[in-house]
Design a protein around this ligand. Structure first.
Ligand SMILES: Cc1cc2nc3c(=O)[nH]c(=O)nc-3n(C[C@H](O)[C@H](O)[C@H](O)COP(=O)(O)OP(=O)(O)OC[C@H]3O[C@@H](n4cnc5c(N)ncnc54)[C@H](O)[C@@H]3O)c2cc1C
Length: 437
């Protein structure tokens, strides 16, 4: 069962858009529909890259067939609506796994390419787009389907192209051979970003690493997870079906700083108990702990939440991360779940790919209001001064001037954009003035 999110982004908090027309695929971008169209996967982007206010969404989730697999090379051909969930469940028992997986398995291949997503193994493996060996693109201004490969300008623009260069119809992806069906995992606690970096440096034998960070704690305590696939004869990881939350939303007052502090303290304590213990877990648990609850985003109530994800380059990364987090903490911006990752120097293939060699932090900020936006504008300036950038897949508020400074290549994408395609995100960040919604 895949929980569908048909009109809102994952962060919710935007008014549902009622004038979307849902066209099932088979449909392709066309100049005959007068309103802007946008390909849509499973809506797991937190902000408005998957929203097209007043326009038309081209849904791909029913076009999810796995078409062919070559057991010798690991090359998989599939329709763009196929999900990481399906691919992992189908191929892990045969010793293969998607080369890069984000923190939820409910994403489509098209969505994973259009945001050039990263996983816990970025340092060694780079982004998702690096493992795409070919794709088929449908555009409104071309009658034929375009077959694209790495090296083509339109391929680079389509990877991290935010769905704007055309509709990805089919994908060829190289899967990774894995040692076995389980993940061997170690959990370690740390205090401060330097300590996190030291753990990263000492983890070359562990390809999958990630940290949880208590951004409300002055010492920035955190928990570091590292994992690797291991053999386990005759074991197949059972796939847990996500549970659904009862249809009630917590009130806004409950989601403030005190409850975030309490949540973080309890989480830290629960993980501290497991420190240094080595255990074997299913990849579903290691890679996708949040997927156990199908609609956990509803825990943030009607006003939803923002995920603020930035990256800063390796030089002075610790100091720059600390500056941004200190700004948010001192301004009273609470975050429940904050994740820290190290990005490696492997070049990203997309024109607008987010990762760069450095450190990235993602903070879930509940019920954002005008004041939160003002504080985040200040945080953006720190990120920009440090030579870093924000992740469009998570954004719904950065100002046009910020986006243009962080992604000066945006004009090249604009030049290759399918004229029939647009998104709420693109209209917002390429606008010439900067009102906050
Ligand atoms: C719990 C959670 C954890 C996450 N963890 C990570 C993480 O670790 N790393 C990371 O990088 N991201 C992460 N994400 C973000 C998520 O991986 C991306 O937003 C992903 O792109 C969502 O895919 P989707 O299929 O839902 O696409 P959507 O959100 O529906 O769309 C995303 C973009 O893809 C475009 N698109 C979709 N299908 C096509 C197509 N067929 N052709 C052309 N364009 C298309 C859309 O137009 C849109 O611009 C996470 C999200 C969640 C909810």
């Amino acid at each position: 069962m895949i929980p569908l999110s048909l009109d809102l982004p994952w962060g919710r908090g935007m008014s549902p858009v009622h004038d979307h027309r849902f066209i099932d695929l088979g449909a392709r971008p066309t100049a005959e529909v007068p309103r802007p169209q946008l390909p849509r996967g499973l809506g797991r982007s937190y902000g408005d890259v998957c929203v097209n206010d007043g326009g038309v969404l081209l849904h791909t989730f029913r076009h999810d067939r796995l078409l062919a697999f070559d057991e010798t090379t690991g090359l998989l051909s599939a329709e763009a609506g196929a999900t990481i969930a399906d691919i992992a469940a189908t191929f892990l028992p045969r010793g293969w796994f998607p080369p890069v997986v984000p923190g939820t398995r409910f994403v489509t291949l098209g969505g994973a390419i259009a945001n050039d997503v990263h996983g816990k193994n970025h340092a060694t493996t780079g982004t998702f787009g690096r493992h795409v060996t070919a794709l088929t693109l449908l555009r409104s201004d071309r009658a034929d389907a375009l077959e694209l490969a790495p090296g083509d300008a339109l391929f680079s623009a389509t990877v991290a192209g935010l769905g704007l260069t055309g509709l990805i119809e089919r994908v060829q992806l190289r899967l990774e051979r894995v040692a076995g069906p389980l993940i061997e995992q170690e959990t370690l606690v740390f205090r401060g970003i330097e300590a996190f970096h030291a753990l990263e440096n000492a983890s070359s034998a562990w390809p999958f690493t990630v940290g949880w960070l208590d951004t409300l704690d002055r010492h920035l305590r955190g928990v570091f997870f590292r994992g690797r696939f291991v053999a386990a004869e005759g074991v197949f990881s059972a796939l847990a079906t996500p549970r659904r939350l009862p249809p009630i939303s917590p009130p806004r007052w409950l989601l403030g700083r005190p409850s975030a502090r309490l949540f973080n303290a309890l989480y830290f304590r629960s993980q501290q108990a497991a420190t240094a213990a080595r255990r074997r877990v299913s990849p579903w648990v290691y890679f996708w702990p949040l997927d156990r609850l199908a609609d956990w985003n509803r825990l943030y109530g009607r006003c939803g939440f923002i995920q603020y994800q930035f990256v800063v380059p390796t030089d002075n990364a610790a100091r720059n991360v600390e500056r941004v987090i200190a700004l948010l903490r001192e301004a009273g911006v609470a975050s429940y779940l904050s994740v820290i990752k190290r990005f490696g120097a492997v070049a990203s293939p997309g024109l607008l790919s987010f990762p760069m060699a450095g450190t990235t932090v993602a903070l879930d900020i509940p019920s954002p209001d005008t004041r939160t936006f003002e504080v985040l504008d200040r945080a953006d300036r720190l990120v920009l001064e440090a030579g870093g950038r924000l992740y469009p897949a998570k954004d719904r508020r950065m100002r046009p001037e910020t986006f243009k400074a962080m992604y000066p290549q945006w004009r090249e994408l604009e030049a290759l954009r399918d004229p029939a395609l647009s998104s709420s995100f693109w209209r917002r960040v390429t606008a010439s003035c900067a009102p906050h919604a």
